[in-house]
Ligand binder design. Structure first.
Ligand SMILES: Cc1cc2nc3c(=O)[nH]c(=O)nc-3n(C[C@H](O)[C@H](O)[C@H](O)COP(=O)(O)OP(=O)(O)OC[C@H]3O[C@@H](n4cnc5c(N)ncnc54)[C@H](O)[C@@H]3O)c2cc1C
Length: 330
């Protein structure tokens, strides 16, 4: 691993100024479980991805850590650890989907120092992207090795140019919960709904979200769900110990008796961004949930374009959507 400079700002504006000064070689540091122990130790770099030289640690900024839950919703600072989220009684009560998704991330040790901001902004786990010898599109190269190589874990929806899947479990949950990100940069602070936060390879293959090198995610806001809102989380992994999602499903919906009123169905592990399955939502809206969910979940097939080795994920996605909605319904 190459040496790097570590900066420990105490305010957001100091952090932003440092990042602005360093440009592409400066990186935001949360717990470091992906950036340091993954990306940097594995030498993930390329023409479009210079090796980090300056790390700007956000965990030294006190105001960025903490959870506040009120009648308007939940505010969670970007450096709040996943363990603090899982153990928050207020979050367990108001948004159990988020605490369940956070509890399914990695191992207890990683959750103890992994931050929410780091989880949302972590880089993809594609083995070609992570492999030193593959100069793929995402690192500034000119090929996606998943197209001709082993693509069993790659995208089945929305992958073009590059076929990574978004790795973050909390992001899948936050999109379903209609959450918003607070982003700070040299021009000030802006609120970005998670609907617009993640970007696919066609928009910019070198990044997975709208953040510029001199911007940081400072806070996540989750609006308080309406009374009676139902929510559920399912994550299927290759193995029982810690692992990324083969496919995950987050659902949040309101029902009028047995009928679906409004809601969101979001899938993780299937697309370069957390994937909002509007085809499923449209097919179930205004219908009896129990008798319609099977046909609605099958709508996933109309948007799926599996690769040579991952068609099995289409079956999993359909089955998990149906199961998660029925479990949330109770
Ligand atoms: C063995 C292992 C298993 C894992 N399993 C899972 C899993 O099952 N599910 C899952 O979702 N994740 C998983 N992860 C990823 C892990 O959860 C994340 O690495 C962790 O949550 C990231 O938090 P961090 O604070 O350590 O991030 P860091 O490593 O510090 O940062 C990760 C990335 O986010 C950027 N970043 C961090 N904070 C901010 C911010 N506030 N604003 C802007 N950019 C920021 C950094 O620059 C970096 O690029 C796993 C990781 C490992 C090592």
């Amino acid at each position: 691993m190459k040496s790097f400079e570590l900066y420990e700002p105490t305010t957001v504006s100091e952090a932003v100024s440092l990042l602005d000064k360093f440009g592409a070689t400066g990186k935001v540091l949360g717990g470091g479980s992906d950036l340091v122990t993954g990306v940097m130790k594995d030498w993930v770099q390329g023409k479009g991805m210079p090796y980090p030289q300056q790390l700007v640690d956000l965990t030294t900024i006190k105001e960025l850590s903490g959870i506040k839950v009120g009648s308007d919703g939940a505010h969670i600072g970007a450096t709040t650890t996943l363990t603090d989220i899982i153990e928050s009684k207020d979050l367990q009560q108001q948004v159990p989907l988020l605490t369940a998704a956070a509890a399914s991330v990695a191992s207890p040790l990683i959750r103890n120092f992994g931050t929410l901001g780091g989880n949302i902004n972590q880089r993809p786990r594609c083995w070609f992207f992570r492999g030193e010898n593959f100069n793929c599109y995402k690192k500034g190269g000119d090929f996606c090795y998943a197209v001709t190589g082993d693509n069993r874990y790659h995208a089945i929806i929305g992958g073009e140019l590059c076929y990574i899947v978004h790795p973050s479990d909390t992001s899948t949950a936050l999109l379903a919960l209609n959450a918003t990100a607070k982003v700070a940069g040299p021009g000030g602070v802006r609120d970005v709904p998670f609907d617009q936060y993640f970007i696919g390879p066609r928009e910019d293959v070198l990044r997975e979200n709208i953040l510029k090198p001199n911007e940081v995610l400072t806070e996540v806001f989750i609006p308080a769900p309406a009374a009676g809102t139902k929510m559920g989380w399912t994550k299927l992994k290759d193995r029982q110990v810690y692992d990324f999602a083969l496919t995950s499903v987050a659902v949040v919906f309101t029902a009028n008796g047995a009928t679906w009123s409004d809601g969101r169905v979001v899938l993780g592990g299937v697309s370069p961004v957390p994937y909002r399955a509007k085809v499923v939502e449209d097919a179930i809206k205004g219908k009896d949930i129990k008798s319609s969910i099977s046909a609605a979940a099958a709508q996933i097939r109309t948007v799926a374009r599996p690769m040579s080795l991952n068609a099995y994920k289409v079956d999993i996605a359909q089955g998990l959507v149906e199961r998660t909605v029925l479990q949330a319904l109770g």
